[in-house]
Design a binder for this molecule. Sequence first.
Ligand code: SME
Length: 190
Amino acid sequence: MPHADSSYFGAANGNKAEVYKQVLEQAQGLVTGQRNWVSNFSNVASLLWHAYAALPAPSSSVNWAGFYIRQDQYPSPSGTSTTDPSVKKNLWLGPFQGRPACQEIRFGRGVCGAAAEKRETVVVPDVLEFPGHIACDASSRSEIVVPILSNGETVAIIDIDCAEPSGFDDEDKKYLEELAILLAESCDWA
Ligand code: SME
């Protein structure tokens, strides 16, 4: 049974790679025997929140960590193909830590929608320079969004905001992409 003590990262001594390795290890433990994305994403949002808090700046300035989940909207029961242009591909707010956020983001909109549509990680060193950035929390200055892919399709995204510019680097990208693969494989998406 998971325990709150599993989310302490002090032993990593503020080393980012080490903290991410512990996040991955603890996430693996928490998702074992659990394939429900609500449960898994909720626990992983908590892990990420505590992990960033245990790191030096700029990571300690992370002010939002969580998920958006894909759920398409079909115009009619017959419109079931994802290539149908009348199908609205949407992301909906999922489990997170931080301030309340916008609940619905269209594919292609904002940083989240861009990553979902491209099926690629988007790192934004300065959100003020990103056209169409959606400002849920005015204190956010940089952002990383990593798509979670199942069968080559975006099923969800990991979104992390930082209150400092240039809050994320290649190391964040590498480990969050590993986390996205772990979550893609450990949850049921059908
Ligand atoms: N900034 C995001 C919106 C989500 S919040 O940051 C939680 C975007 O531009 O898509």
